[in-house]
Design a protein around this ligand. Sequence first.
Ligand code: GTP
Ligand code: MG
Length: 382
Amino acid sequence: PRGASLTDFAERIGVDVSSLVQMLFSLGEMVTATESVNDETFELLGEELNYVVQVVSPEDEDRELLESFDLEFGEDEGDEADLAIRPPVVTVMGHVDHGKTKLLDALRNANVVDKEAGGITQHIGAYQVTAEVDGNDRRITFIDTPGHEAFTAMRARGAQATDIAILVVAADDGVMPQTVEALNHAKAAGVPIVVAVNKIDKPEADPTKVRGQLTEYGLVPEEYGGDAMFVDVSAKSELNLDKLLEAVILTADASLDLRANPNQDAQGLVVEAHLDRGRGPVATVLVQRGTLRVGDSIVAGAGYGRVRAMLDEHGDTITEADPSRPAMVLGLTAVPGAGQTFIVVEDDRMARQIAEKRESRERAAMQAKRRVRRTLEDFMAS
Ligand code: GTP
Ligand code: MG
């Protein structure tokens, strides 16, 4: 892949980068782990590793696969007139224990925090709430992400799927490592950030300090002449939650054109998925365009099936889900990976064919990776 470094390559195939550097060194090539590597060097490495170095990215390959079925992921069908306003998708990010889940609980009158193992979020949750802003009912989709340092990939994915990020910073704790990490994910994804300075009910809370700290990271509050919105809140005492919702809607209305075609076959992202004992594979999906309906034939990653039932965030059954709506989907044959796409296709047969192609490709890639790892291990041992 063009512009990729040995580190990127090592990550893709799941090996230690230093063994790649050493192998190239033994072949007379001096390459550092992070510099971008030219195609010839990759080919050389590929020959040595008995690995077909892919010039096409898996994304391109999948695009071609869909094209062969006359499908395209990622574009709304039709023209301007077919697009309708959709709710903003807002990802809540921040350091562990700074109150992301509690804040979402407060915004939607629920209680997830008390049910979580050890009080730590380990997966992504998605909810839609209806908020009254300026006398209008506005729907907002929230995605909760874990703050624990182990979940970097989940935060990165959360930032990808989102229109706006709420960066939660506890006012008693201030800016911490995953605050900065989350900030960088949002920046990298080009997503506008609203800062929620949380826990201001605590006597030791210092919201001014948080503003100063974030200013150093380029997030300058409006009141200091910057363009970042800061809202002081307390998830516990339910303070200023309306102001936070207002800031979100203001950001959406002012700087984003959030529209999608609801009248087409649905497409979107798998937010999370797991195998349920009784219900089989269960996937929480975010519809990005089109309307997903019970009975639709879908492919999600390497899983496929007919949507047997859909549930909303309260566990109530729904029959359809429009753009920006998260829904739990039952009826897939296999558990798709979080962050993978889903797409509605003509019929079960097409769904199965696409899923089978993806699966055999995944399997081949896995075998190749295993082979490479073995070759590298042998090389390092010799
Ligand atoms: P992870 O998902 O594990 O990253 O944590 P989180 O950011 O979701 O934090 P969570 O909502 O689980 O809250 C962590 C702890 O802080 C809980 O004990 C909450 O009750 C408490 N908490 C959250 N918000 C507030 C607040 O506004 N004030 C006070 N005093 N406590 C809060
Ligand atoms: Mg949480």
